[in-house]
Design a protein around this ligand. Structure first.
Ligand SMILES: [Zn+2]
Length: 248
């Protein structure tokens, strides 16, 4: 039968709240008869002033150990025992809560010591997916140029099929970063040069015309006044009208 208890050291008026889960006997036969807390500080005070210098009280009895431990933790947290010198408790649930002072001590101890690879990996793992602090425009530019073009570690290296496939999967369904952005004159010129003299794959042409046909996308037609043929507008512009060979 687990229980929580409160004891008070009368000479100093300080209190201690604890949990007991390992008792083999009834709480009233256990507390201050067989069990005198696990606190080193309490044991020192008993040594100094005797067990009679305390009042003890069983606060709550539990059927379940875990519930008792959780309850103790809740009480200690709620009472802010770490911030109040009247409490003898030095920790909550066995965990020492770091104060600003102890944090500074820990920090000073580790300062200047290189982290092991294992440690670095752990930090990376812990930080993965967490939001990062905002970065200034200037820093962004620096970071960008530092790995742009030939500065990039992957510059000129061919991607494996597996890498390409992974990239495909990753980008699938996402709009392009260029979507809706007007191209600069430079970009347009580069595209022109790239496409100049390029021949279309004949299979592509067939595929495209079939697609247009299936969509019922037929061009408007015009009558040529010179040869009186009825032809699609693109053919008209190229071979009829003012260019018709029957034009007098
Ligand atoms: Zn004609």
């Amino acid at each position: 039968m687990a229980y929580t208890y409160l004891i008070k050291h009368l000479p100093t008026n300080c209190v201690y709240y604890g949990v007991r889960t390992a008792n083999k006997v009834d709480p009233t036969d256990d507390l201050w008869k067989q069990y005198f807390t696990s606190s080193k500080r309490i044991h020192e005070l008993i040594e100094q002033d005797g067990a009679d210098s305390f009042t003890v009280e069983i606060r709550k009895i539990f059927d379940d150990k875990a519930a008792a431990i959780a309850w103790e933790k809740r009480v200690l947290t709620r009472c802010k025992v770490m911030e109040d010198s009247r409490w003898i408790n030095a920790n909550i649930g066995g965990y020492i809560l770091p104060t600003a002072e102890s944090c500074a001590k820990i920090s000073a101890f580790h300062k200047g010591v290189a982290k092991s690879d294992e440690h670095k990996l752990k930090i990376a793992e812990a930080n993965r997916g967490k939001p990062k602090p905002p970065v200034s425009e200037e820093t962004r530019k620096k970071l960008s140029t530092a790995s742009a073009g030939s500065n990039n570690a992957m510059w000129g290296k061919p991607r494996t099929e597996a890498m390409k496939q992974a990239q495909r999967e990753k980008m699938k369904g996402k709009p392009s970063h260029q979507k809706g952005k007007p191209r600069t004159e430079e970009q347009k010129q580069a595209q022109r040069e790239k496409m100049l003299g390029r021949k279309k794959n004949p299979q592509e042409i067939i595929k495209r015309s079939e697609k247009l046909r299936s969509m019922n996308m037929k061009r408007d037609r015009l009558d040529c006044p010179h040869c009186s043929k009825n032809v699609p507008v693109n053919i008209y512009a190229r071979y009829h009208g003012d260019r018709c060979k029957h034009k007098p």
